[in-house]
Design a protein around this ligand. Structure first.
Ligand SMILES: Cc1cc2nc3c(=O)[nH]c(=O)nc-3n(C[C@H](O)[C@H](O)[C@H](O)COP(=O)(O)O)c2cc1C
Length: 178
């Protein structure tokens, strides 16, 4: 089995798309994701998988809360904003309307179908994405949901290719370099 076979099989599943947001103090972070799923009914739990390349990954390591916004077919522009730009270079939240949740997490006003969750588990193994499991603590829904799917976004180029890594990778490495 080759990686291309695996990728081809996964892409036919055509997942619905979402945007994860979080904040560490004043620093807001968020990215487009296709890797997400409910993983428990009782207790309710939801998982997202965040690329170790992303600014959002580094923020989540320091944040106890995050929000998951489920995108509709009208949200291609938001998918582009959060999937093609990186918080390492731009504040994406200056380019869209947000409300700050009581947990400090920025919520996207355009996206009423969402979960605000408390991080309960963070799994970092040799995968290139970290698994983040949340306990939903606040929910919201809207009128009618028509999902935006991966196949609607073939024109997007990720802001961080999956093999990107922060350079230097750690604060200690930074200190050693200077
Ligand atoms: C179609 C598409 C699907 C993506 N799926 C994921 C995903 O499931 N998990 C993830 O961490 N990044 C995913 N990305 C990549 C990030 O959204 C992208 O690199 C983003 O610019 C990272 O932003 P950040 O550095 O501000 O966190 C996807 C990007 C695209 C275009």
């Amino acid at each position: 089995m080759g990686a291309d076979d695996f990728n081809a099989l996964m892409s036919v599943l055509d997942p619905p798309m979402a945007i994860v947001t979080t904040a560490v103090g004043e620093e807001r972070a968020g990215c487009l994701i296709g890797f997400h799923a409910q993983n428990s009914i009782d207790p309710p739990r939801y998982c997202v998988w965040i690329s170790k390349a992303n600014h959002t990954h580094r923020a989540i390591l320091h944040s106890p809360h995050l929000a998951i916004h489920f995108l509709t077919s009208a949200d291609h522009d938001l998918a582009s904003l959060f999937g093609e730009l990186t918080g390492d270079q731009v504040d994406k939240f200056a380019l869209c309307d947000t409300t700050i949740h009581e947990t400090g997490v920025p919520l996207l006003d355009r996206c009423p179908f969402r979960i605000v969750g408390r991080r309960v588990t963070l799994l970092e193994d040799d995968s290139d994405h970290a698994c983040v499991m949340v306990e939903p603590i606040d929910l919201s829904t809207g009128e009618r949901f028509v999902a935006l799917h991966l196949s609607d976004l073939t024109d997007l180029v990720p802001g961080h290719p999956v093999h990107d890594r922060a350079a230097p990778p750690t604060v200690r490495a930074n200190a050693e370099e200077t």
